[in-house]
Write a protein that binds this ligand. Structure first.
Ligand SMILES: [Mg+2]
Length: 118
């Protein structure tokens, strides 16, 4: 299992926090972005092993990006959705699309590590 991570969240403090947590646990943040369009491009060029994905982005919702990734990537990275949206149907839809783990904000470092290791 590779350790290259792409961090996608429109909030700078969240990207910073995730970057610090990921680095502490041996993951390498290879890229970050605040929007879905760039996230798709970065996925193609950086081939991350894992994406942490916010669901509410300025240009699209994270679940739509998951759909785009499925259509555009030969190999889908592991996707850890990290969102304040806690509606069960959204979580179920994400899992149906191939999201590995769904973390609800605010989350703890332990929960993140557990999601990464699972
Ligand atoms: Mg957001």
């Amino acid at each position: 299992m590779g350790n290259k991570v792409l961090v996608v969240d429109d909030q700078g403090f969240m990207r910073k926090m995730l970057g610090a947590m990921l680095g502490k646990h041996g993951y390498e943040v290879v890229g970050e972005t605040d929007n879905g369009t760039e996230a798709l491009e970065l996925c193609k060029t950086l081939s991350p092993d894992i994406i942490t994905l916010d669901n509410i982005l300025p240009d699209m919702i994270g679940l739509d990006l998951v759909q785009d990734l499925r259509e555009n990537m030969e190999k889908l990275p592991r996707i850890i959705m990290i969102s304040a949206v806690s509606k069960q149907e959204v979580i179920d839809e994400g899992v149906g699309l191939g999201v590995s783990k769904y973390l609800i904000k605010p989350f703890t470092e332990d929960q993140l590590v557990e999601a990464l290791n699972s």
